[in-house]
Write a protein that binds this ligand. Structure first.
Ligand SMILES: Cc1cc2nc3c(=O)[nH]c(=O)nc-3n(C[C@H](O)[C@H](O)[C@H](O)COP(=O)(O)OP(=O)(O)OC[C@H]3O[C@@H](n4cnc5c(N)ncnc54)[C@H](O)[C@@H]3O)c2cc1C
Length: 387
């Protein structure tokens, strides 16, 4: 991987790794994650001090610059210790700054991107509804109807991560009912979280516990015209670039967790003894470790291959699905073996294997489920659409 990176990106990865070890050690992240529905503001502040929210935002908007490769490097290094808590960074970077970059107007970019880059503004993505995450368009009941000077939104979203602390919610809503294709007539809105008519409730969940995922009920919520992103009715097509980027970052997050698993498993195998010798001498466990190492290498190659395609603006939808599947499944299998290697301590809340397992488990089912991602890969090889 290293020989494919520019000198600048290589240096950035090294600096990030040192920062992560110094400022966000695993034991600290473990404690933060265990505090259900308590957003880790201290972690956010550290990210602000490091300039993490400005990665991928152009310097003219007060960002740090950098490409999707730089963002993937950051996601990987940060997730090695933060695991799923890396979404404290990722949610705003992908729901907010990416969408603004791809479909915001000049004045929207000028207004919001510098605030995101400086860590003054948080955003959350509110796409999924109870009626369907995979069948997002078929299940979408949230509507936006044109009114004087804006739009009136009604509907209910589910699983919106970080919605409880966000300043703005990126909401996908149907603006036209009579359309030729379900993907037509969808629009994107940047909705102020404190708007009248919005009720947000966190949901209990298996992992990423400090970062709440919430239901968002919208009852006659007025959103002014200047908060519509891009063209009305084209919201689905406008969001696909962000979603492809997000899949790559999901993969990078999983690869970071896999790095953490490999690191912790190696250390434990070297120090723990059984039958008078380090457990690392047992061949069965060595094979587990070898598998984890091979998965890491495969994930890494695919990650940077896809990141390069995205950075060069080459078609990458299929590769983005592939790398998301590969890294989420490898990371989750690796964490499962990691628990086996650590024995009882792997199941203990005092080590990180359980955290890697819980957080990588999520990324097998979302933001796109691995079944749906496989459907799309098969379709790209000439198979008929199965859904
Ligand atoms: C912790 C968490 C955080 C989340 N954060 C966000 C967020 O910030 N913003 C947001 O908008 N959403 C978020 N989501 C939602 C997430 O994207 C969805 O859960 C995901 O898309 C799956 O949708 P679903 O849960 O409705 O499952 P369903 O669509 O009901 O799927 C159930 C099962 O059926 C399978 N299935 C469905 N259709 C097909 C098909 N055509 N072929 C094969 N299998 C199929 C699925 O793969 C899955 O196994 C989050 C979810 C969770 C759990």
């Amino acid at each position: 991987m290293w020989n494919q990176l520019s000198d600048e990106d290589r240096l950035f990865a090294e600096v990030t790794r040192k920062w992560v070890d110094r400022e966000c050690p695993k034991d600290w992240c473990r404690v933060l994650e265990s505090r259900e529905h308590e957003f880790p503001h201290k972690l956010w502040d550290k990210l602000v001090a490091f300039g993490a929210h400005g990665i991928g935002i152009a310097e003219e908007y007060d960002g740090q610059g950098g490409s999707i490769i730089t963002q993937a490097l950051f996601a990987r290094e940060f997730s090695r210790t933060a695991a799923g808590l890396s979404w404290v960074w990722g949610v705003t970077s992908f729901s907010g700054s990416k969408t603004l970059k791809f479909c915001g107007s000049d004045s929207q970019k000028k207004e919001f991107l510098p605030k995101i880059a400086r860590g003054e503004l948080k955003t959350a993505m509110s796409f999924t509804e109870a009626g369907g995450g995979t069948d997002l368009l078929g299940g979408m009941k949230t509507s936006a109807v044109k009114a004087d000077g804006g739009w009136i939104l009604n509907g209910e979203k589910i699983w919106s991560t970080g919605a409880d602390v966000a300043d703005y919610l990126l909401v996908m809503a149907r603006t036209e009912k009579n359309v030729a294709r379900r993907s037509d007539g969808i629009s994107l809105f940047f909705v102020p979280r404190h708007s009248e008519g919005i009720t947000i409730s966190p949901l209990p969940k298996l992992g990423m516990r400090a970062m709440s995922s919430c239901t968002v009920v919208m009852d006659q919520v007025f959103v002014s015209d200047d908060l519509l992103l891009g063209e009305p009715g084209r919201g689905w097509y406008q969001s696909t670039k962000t979603l492809n980027n997000e899949r790559l970052i999901n993969a990078a997050t999983c690869l970071g967790m896999l790095d953490g698993v490999l690191e912790d498993a190696t250390e434990y195998m070297s120090n723990r003894t059984a039958f008078g010798k380090p457990i690392g001498q047992f061949q069965a466990l060595q094979h587990y470790l070898a598998d984890i190492a091979m998965w890491q290498k495969q994930g890494e190659l695919m990650l940077f291959h896809t990141a390069r395609l995205q950075a060069d603006e080459q078609p990458s939808a299929v590769e983005s699905g592939m790398v998301k599947i590969i890294c989420s499944e490898y990371a989750n299998r690796a964490a499962d073996l990691g628990i086996q290697i650590l024995g009882g301590m792997g199941y203990s809340a005092e080590t990180d294997m359980q955290r890697y397992w819980r957080d990588s488990r999520l990324l097998r089912l979302g933001p796109i489920s691995n079944e749906m991602a496989r459907n799309m890969i098969a379709e790209s090889y000439g198979m008929p659409r199965s859904f």
